[in-house]
Design a protein around this ligand. Structure first.
Ligand SMILES: [Cu+2]
Length: 389
């Protein structure tokens, strides 16, 4: 049942991809360039590369390009992350091992057993990200992001204070607006030749604590009751702190071949949020290579590495014999390998519309655990610069 569900989802995805390929390829022919000279290499010294499929980086990379003065780009991304199974460091660990060997940091508080008794099994995170970019000058583009987040986590509850008898399973879920951010992309270096271009951009942003950090849910406790509790950090929708988002991106294209690299960070500007903690800082480095097979289609491979610190401080309302209630079980290191495709309509009704997808999976993860491991990530996005064709 589970497997056939997956298969049918795969079939649906495959047909959707096939339809898109057909629509985009049908709209592009070499002898009929789009109106307004789109889809030609730049003769005018213009720095914006929107007409080319490889004019943007892979869809999972944000803030890779700038816009001209007065140009407005709208975007929507759907991102899904799937986590399953648990790990301590680089080693996989079973639910039975967790509930018999990992100490419960709340032991001593009334009703709290000596070891963990509830284990997360899998988790999905779906994010709908609405974005806008606007060129306030040829040098500076501002970018706003509004995320809507949906999280679901499935757990196994073990019976009583000791042993490996499974009492049952339960799901918690949360959804709502995440942390809204506003950033500036500042051109540090731009070079254009007849056959290529090079850009270096500085990214400087701020993220506001608009996402809820007080979400609650009903859980199955080891004593077979169903209390309604403040959910662990992983299920909350925002960081609760004002965060600084610095970064730098470099891209270089020669002919139809592009290379890019980006460093980004999420730095917490406050020691603690209203509930008494701050999430760990995140540092992320990514490099990619992209090849444009035709003006309307480019494919990419990408490596993305990220490190995150543990949570500092603690929310006194989050107490449960589960790993996610312990601020020490957050953060770690991860290296993902991703493949992607960028499409851009060349003329007619889809002219200038970008459709892009990227999927990836970790090839290395070392987690402050026990913590759930990431299995795969997927992003699909639409982007359109208003009035570009
Ligand atoms: Cu843009």
């Amino acid at each position: 049942m589970y497997f056939s569900n997956r298969l049918s989802r795969l079939r649906t995805t495959t047909s959707a991809v096939a339809v898109c390929l057909f629509v985009f390829s049908g709209a592009a022919t070499a002898d009929s360039p789009a109106p307004g000279g789109l889809n030609v290499t730049y003769k005018d010294g213009e720095i914006h590369a929107a007409p080319r499929a490889d004019g943007h980086g892979p869809i999972g990379v944000m803030g890779d390009h700038r816009h001209h003065t007065g140009e407005l780009m709208l975007s929507y991304r759907y991102m899904r992350m799937w986590m399953e199974g648990n790990r301590i460091g680089e080693n996989n660990v079973s639910p039975e091992t967790i509930v018999t060997t990992v100490p419960n940091r709340f032991f001593g508080t009334p009703g709290q057993p000596p070891t963990l008794r509830v284990v997360p099994k899998d988790m999905s995170m779906d994010m709908h990200m609405f974005g806008a970019m606007y060129g306030i000058s040829d040098r500076v583009t501002i970018m706003g992001m509004l995320p809507y987040v949906e999280k679901k986590m499935d757990h196994i509850t073990f019976q009583g204070g000791v042993g490996t008898t499974r009492l049952g399973t339960f799901r918690t879920s949360t959804d709502g607006i995440g942390d809204v951010s506003l950033s500036a992309l500042i051109g540090l270096y731009d070079e254009k030749t007849p056959d290529g271009e090079t850009h270096v951009n500085l990214l400087l942003g701020i993220s506001a604590p608009t996402g809820s950090i007080t979400e609650r849910g009903t859980v199955l406790a080891p004593n077979n009751t169903r209390p309604n509790l403040r959910l662990p950090y992983a299920m909350q929708l925002g960081s609760g702190t004002w965060d600084l988002l610095p970064g730098v991106t470099a891209t270089k294209r020669v002919g139809n071949f592009s290379l890019g690299g980006q460093y980004r960070a999420w730095l917490r500007l406050e020691d603690e949020n209203d509930e008494g903690y701050s999430l760990g800082d995140i540092h992320q480095g990514t490099v990619w290579a992209q090849y444009q097979w035709a003006p309307w289609v480019a494919t990419s491979v990408r490596l993305a590495g990220r490190t995150q610190d543990t949570i500092s401080g603690i929310d006194p309302n989050i107490i449960a014999p589960v790993q996610t209630a312990d601020p020490d079980n957050y953060g770690g290191e991860r290296l993902d390998l991703l493949v992607g495709v960028n499409l851009i309509g060349q003329r007619g009704a889809i002219c200038g519309h970008r459709l892009a997808a990227e999927a990836g999976a970790p090839i290395y993860q070392d987690l402050n655990g026990p913590q759930m491991k990431t299995e795969w990530t997927f992003t699909i996005g639409w982007q359109k610069t208003i009035g570009d064709c």
